[in-house]
Design a binder for this molecule. Sequence first.
Ligand code: ZN
Length: 365
Amino acid sequence: MSDHKEDFIIQPQINQDINPDSLPEFYKPLSRISTDVDFEKDGKQVSFIRVPHSRNDSAWGSILIPIVVYKNGTGPTILLTGGIHGDEYEGPIALSLLTRTLKLEQVQGRVIILPAVNLPALMNDSRLSPIDNLDLNRSFPGNRDGSPTQAIAHYLDKILLPLTDIVVDLHSGGKSLDFVPSIAMHRLNDKKQYDDTYKALMAFGAPYGFIHSEVDGDGTFDTTAENKGDVFLFSELRGGGTVSVEGVQVARNGIRNILEHFEIAELPKIKAPHWNARQTQVILDTSHSDSYVRALTEGIFEPFFELGHEVKKGKSIGRIHFMQNMNKKPVTIQAQHSGIIVGKRAMGWVSQGDCLAVIGNEIKG
Ligand SMILES: [Zn+2]
């Protein structure tokens, strides 16, 4: 029997000339997200980045996120992003308009525009992506092989940020918060990076400028870009789930001013009757641990102030009403320090831990 066993075994055909150790590895691109944009090519390219997203109703499906790239002459690279959160609209509107008005011949350097970075969130009108329930701005540095939100964060970190010198990331308060129209930066250890960022903050020309120490920077786009040495600015352009007329104008005017400040493009003044200033007006520090007033109980929050109002330490800024029990008195909320109300809760019902207000201190001189 044993003599014939060999007849029934198929022997693999081994080519003796090939050394398996020298075989090339299977090609694995840096990102699973692909694009037909050539970032080194001169010209204006209007296209998409393609995020693979296989699902029940779309085998081999993709999410196509719009991207517009201008490259002309020599100069720095600026990355302009909107829609990292899907319920913040002024940035996506301003950047969408920019792609229609900016002409290639006006550009010196490279302008990379993504008006709807987290497109699934925008299409769902929600802060987080409905696909994986993740906050893109808490998903950095991302994961090549992760969910769509993690893959987008990874693409920004590994593919776009290495090309970039300056980032302006346009946010608003979203459905739950409302902010004065503002441009913001973090305190940075590197003096040159801080000075360059501060000059850009001033040049943006918003009604308010915030400087704050990041208390929870892990996983944010901000910290990722700052650690690479970029100038990084981010905005808050009102919120509360609406589109602010002033907020859109502050965003459009600010981007125009920033392109001029870095000598990337000189655009005509934006027609903006509500806001077209060339310099940021009031600089506020929002670094204090008491800058953020939080709810300690649930109920309806009744604020006693509007945005931009000044409050004194110890004064009541609002109260929470217990709607389940009329025997319980409302709880009054006091300001823990003096300053200007720059952000406030936009939704009536609050839960324990929700941010009720943000108080900024004016920085003199
Ligand atoms: Zn946001």
